[in-house]
Design a protein around this ligand. Structure first.
Ligand code: MG
Length: 391
């Protein structure tokens, strides 16, 4: 089997708002074609126009080869070998950041092809099932232009997630710091107040995570608030500090009563080694596309296992990335949850419409995928409706 063509689509929600927190307003979808008629699907959560250019740009020298050029004519059933080839061939332009995101989208599609060619779901190729089913947590980003509206929206979404059968949910409390929602600038007291309201709404049994989106600049200030949040039984608190303050993360690991989670933006296992060994994070959150695809996500999971850390994959995109996370989780014993943005609770049309036949929630759980590869199909109408640049 040989790779014959790489097709990429930049998708954009026509109603997108650059002041909103959600990156589910755009997408880069990759479709890899083969001479045997099997195609593979991948996506990545980064600037889609730049990632598209990274894939198709021609190479000009041995440290800066083109990703598409390196893959054409290759056997797609060897994603790990191809990952190393792409990494080495794009050493000057790739290695970290967006170059790895582009490789991640391609790698996801290669695993999809490998599974389809062998007639096996991807998780069986990643080591096999380590659990009877997958537990999703609902990722909840509220709407609203004031703290009061934001809190009310979040409380309502949390109750709705619970009524849909979810047993766990993450509250996006993005109300201060550089990445606030709709320009909110609230106090630490507001954060505690919102978390308290959510806990009261969902009851004591519901597993609750909190994401504050890098809102503090100082680990001691963060610790003061984490101590105030302790009574609300938070499973993990995500990204309290700027990602490059690894010593701050280590301080929080040593002193916080709540597990610290990070990793949504990290590229490659090398950045996760820094995050786990220097930053000491308790929960590593590889985003399958951004970390470099299922190949690199698998390597991160193995490194986390060696260190006794949990894996909870990040995913804020469409049914493609969610499927990739689900296969990774199925094959990873120390991965208690996957991030799952329920289509019903998402404001993003791409999330709701792009994938047909996506993984379903049954009594709050996702049954192990049965279909070969990632097990999902694109909705051609949504692809046609939202694409703004196709190559
Ligand atoms: Mg986050």
């Amino acid at each position: 089997m040989k790779i014959t063509r790489i097709e990429t689509h930049v998708l954009l929600d026509p109603g997108y708002d650059a002041a909103a927190c959600s990156s589910a307003q755009d997408d880069l979808v990759v479709i890899i074609h083969t001479d045997e008629g099997i195609t593979g699907i991948g996506e990545v959560d980064t600037n889609p126009w730049v990632a598209q250019a990274m894939i198709h740009a021609p190479g000009t020298h041995v440290l800066g080869l083109g990703l598409e050029e390196m893959l054409l004519g290759q056997d797609p059933r060897n994603p790990e070998a191809l990952w190393d080839k792409l990494y080495e061939g794009s050493y000057m332009t790739g290695r970290r950041g967006l170059g790895i995101c582009a490789i991640g989208a391609l790698d996801m599609a290669l695993w999809d092809i490998r599974g389809k060619a062998l007639g096996l779901p991807c998780y069986q190729l990643l080591g096999g099932a380590r659990k009877p089913d997958i537990t999703p947590y609902a990722s909840l980003l509220p709407t609203g232009h004031t703290a009061a509206e934001y809190k009310e929206s979040l409380v309502n979404k949390a109750k709705e997630a619970k009524s849909l059968g979810f047993t766990a949910g993450k509250m996006e409390v993005c109300v201060k710091g550089p990445y606030t929602h709709n320009g909110l600038h609230e106090s630490d007291d507001t954060i505690v107040d919102i978390v308290a309201a959510c806990r009261a709404a969902v009851g004591p049994e519901f597993v609750m995570m909190v994401d504050v989106c890098y809102c503090w600049t100082n680990a001691k200030q963060a610790l003061r608030v984490l101590n105030q949040l302790e009574p609300y039984d938070i499973f993990f608190l995500e990204t309290p500090l700027p990602l490059d303050d690894l010593d701050g993360y280590a301080f929080l690991h040593d002193h916080s009563p709540i597990r610290i989670a990070a990793g949504e933006l990290q590229n490659t296992r090398f950045e996760f080694l820094d995050l786990m060994d220097r930053g000491k994070v308790d929960v590593a959150q590889p985003d399958v596309g951004r970390v470099g695809g299922l190949t690199e996500a698998r390597r991160v999971c193995d490194l986390a296992a060696d260190r006794g850390r949990l894996i909870v994959p990040h995913c804020w995109k469409t049914g493609i990335g969610i499927a990739a996370s689900a296969h990774l989780s199925a094959a990873t014993a120390h991965c208690p949850y996957i991030e799952f943005l329920p289509a019903q609770l998402s404001e993003a049309p791409l999330r709701r419409e792009l994938v047909i036949d996506e993984l379903q929630l049954v009594n709050g759980r996702v049954p192990l995928p049965q279909k070969p590869g990632l097990g999902i199909e694109l909705n051609p109408d949504a692809l046609a409706k939202y694409r703004v640049a196709t190559r």
